[in-house]
Write a protein that binds this ligand. Sequence first.
Ligand code: KIV
Length: 278
Amino acid sequence: MKNTVSTLMQQKQSGDKITMLTAYDFTTAQIMDACGVNAILVGDSLGMVMLGYENTLPVTMEDMIHHTAAVARGAANAFVVADMPFLSYQVSVEDAVRNAGRLVKEGGANAVKLEGGAEVCEQIRAIVKASIPVVAHLGLTPQSVNAFGGFKVQGKRLEQARKLIADALLIQEAGACAVVLEGIPAKLAEIITSRLTIPTIGIGAGNACDGQVLVYQDMLGLTNGHTPKFVKRFAEAGELMRSGISEYIRETKAGSFPAPEHTYAVDDDVISELLKEC
Ligand code: KIV
């Protein structure tokens, strides 16, 4: 059964935790969908994990549409949310509606996600008015990395925490169907979750949220270097890949791959005739 905005809302009401993972391609989306994940986020984190950028800022609408369309083709049941990239919604409300529409029309997304609170409420209202569900995103919003002076936990100070609660109420009032809470203290996420009627989906925000989201390369052990505190590595897929690739190199160099079972046969007479002609 296809997960929809109503499914997510029912899950909040019944206390059934929402599972969301990022994906950026058809094959991964198909695997996640078959596992029964409720929602797939085509995050602009693709700038880092798929395209090798330092942050999400260079990601374009074309990048997002291309990857969203691949994911949508693989996600029969999961609710597909596409990120609106940096500057695709901040400049004007008209831009925001047009770009959200492209993610749905050309990318096949079921909803769009955008970052910010009070400052993007007008955009949320207009996109929702165009019948496109909007997931909001508060806290350590990666598109504000330069304004924050780095990837820093948000909402530790009283004023910041108050603003986050106020923003959460405003985006809900503007029509958002859910909100991602990223990089904020667990107790603050708990307060926000209890104040909202829409589901909260946490990443680095503790387990009181109505659901969780992780970047799949992080949770499957595919990323190298620094792993943020909130990431749990549920598998070591990177190790598996390294071992498979090394074995392929070894067997190919040794001539043991391809073996007869990986090879197409031909009748001996065809070969004898050919050899006579050579
Ligand atoms: O881009 C992304 O993957 C995200 C998640 C980290 C929530 O926004």
